[in-house]
Ligand binder design. Structure first.
Ligand code: FES
Ligand code: FES
Length: 133
């Protein structure tokens, strides 16, 4: 059911963990299932991502997509990272089963949440939402 790439990223997740004193932190949660995704990023003076880590309480597909997202946005600017779509993430993993497509939203939305909070400090508090069951 899963591609080799998904299995690889699930079994050997890249950039899993936490960055202490991260420049940006994003968090999304799905209140229905309780899955949570946290993303930590450091950036340089040009807003280029120099370090990224993730932590998730989600399924294997969520782990694999987050791992892939961290590789896709590393060394990108925040403007570029913001454009990442869940289709792009799924394609980079050679596809995801349709029932698991929503899991890739967690990672993409966590990156967007981090960038949004960084640009608008008023949104600093509270986790974002993923709207699906
Ligand atoms: Fe929880 Fe999809 S079932 S995020
Ligand atoms: Fe909930 Fe995949 S993140 S089922």
């Amino acid at each position: 059911m899963y591609s080799d790439k998904v299995m690889d990223h699930f079994q050997n997740p890249r950039n899993m963990g936490k960055i202490e004193d991260a420049d940006l932190i994003g968090e999304v949660g799905n209140p229905t299932c309780g899955d949570i995704m946290k993303i930590y990023m450091n950036i340089d003076d040009e807003e280029k991502i120099t370090d990224i880590k993730f932590n998730t309480f989600g399924c294997g597909a969520a782990v694999a997509t987050s791992s892939m997202v961290t590789e896709l946005v590393m060394n990108k600017t925040l403007d570029e990272a913001e454009e990442i779509s869940n289709e792009e993430i799924a394609e980079s993993l050679d596809g995801l089963p349709p029932a698991k497509m929503h899991c890739s939203n967690l990672a993409a939305d966590a990156v967007k949440d981090a960038i949004e909070k960084y640009r608008d400090p008023e949104k600093q508090s509270g986790a974002g939402h993923v709207d699906h069951a």
